[in-house]
Design a binder for this molecule. Structure first.
Ligand SMILES: Nc1ncnc2c1ncn2[C@@H]1O[C@H](COP(=O)(O)OP(=O)(O)OP(=O)(O)O)[C@@H](O)[C@H]1O
Length: 235
């Protein structure tokens, strides 16, 4: 079975739906980009996948041995979060909180995981620095390392390159692609449609019209052709 199976999902708030009858699945090793206009419900969908927001109807099923606490999440950064007064090390380690359960302290395995993922993201050198003093790109690496502390299976990334300059954006995409090549399933919300069709294996386009399929199918679909053209005109 797929790692994630979303069947006939209807999403919304206070019984008012924003998105209806959504069907898609994600398999181990996939790289799914979720695209769509502002306010179409991308972040709401992500919260629903994480179990933070109940759907109005339909189901989200996990399979292929994926447990609820094995999904790493990189939230959309807010200004308040950018100003968070904690050290790099503390933030990365906090990615293990879903695993400590009722035991309120970090174990050796938690510290080892933090160590490994700081190394993996190239941030060990500034582990003692305060998060809010870092550049946007460094902050995103810290948050990726934190998300990786929760999982070796699936990462949910909500606009991971927003606000980053082109060079740092390209580095970030490389880093994410590398993780995908290591076998980690990627689900990423993106406003960057050109990058989405370059890196993703699958595209979920949500809004008034919905599309789910491989990136090749998307590029040849009417919705994909139209959206790609729109984006290049606006770029
Ligand atoms: N907590 C909430 N309560 C009520 N309505 C909400 C809530 N959060 C979001 N919405 C509404 O749901 C709709 C979808 O919002 P969502 O943030 O999921 O869209 P999005 O596609 O992620 O947007 P963006 O591209 O701007 O980040 C919007 O109309 C938004 O105003």
């Amino acid at each position: 079975m797929a790692q994630l199976l979303c069947r006939d999902l209807t999403l919304g708030y206070d019984q008012k739906s924003i998105l209806e009858h959504l069907n898609f699945e994600v398999n181990a090793g996939d790289y799914l980009c979720i695209v769509g206009e502002n306010g179409s419900g991308k972040s709401t969908l992500m919260k629903t996948i994480l179990g933070l927001q109940p759907p109005l109807a339909g189901t989200v099923e996990r399979g292929d041995g994926l447990r609820a606490n094995e999904i790493g999440y990189l939230p959309q950064q807010t200004l308040v979060q950018r100003d968070f007064p904690a050290s790099v090390e503390e933030i990365v380690l906090s990615g293990r909180q879903g695993r400590t359960g009722f035991w309120p302290f970090y174990r050796k395995a938690d510290r080892e995981s933090a160590e490994k993922n700081m190394e993996r993201m190239g941030i060990t050198a500034f582990r003692k620095r305060c998060y809010r003093e870092l550049s946007g790109g460094q902050q995103q690496r810290v948050l990726l390392a934190r998300a990786l502390c929760a999982t070796e299976k699936m990462l949910l990334l909500d606009e991971p390159v927003s606000g980053l300059d082109p060079k740092v954006t390209a580095d970030m995409y490389q880093l994410i692609q590398g993780l995908n090549e290591e076998g980690i399933t990627i689900i990423m919300i993106s406003h960057d449609i050109a990058a989405a069709v370059q890196y993703a294996s699958h595209i979920l386009h949500i809004g008034k019209k919905v599309f789910f399929g491989t990136r090749e199918e998307y590029q040849h679909s009417r919705l994909g052709e139209w959206f790609l053209q729109e984006e290049s005109v606006n770029a």
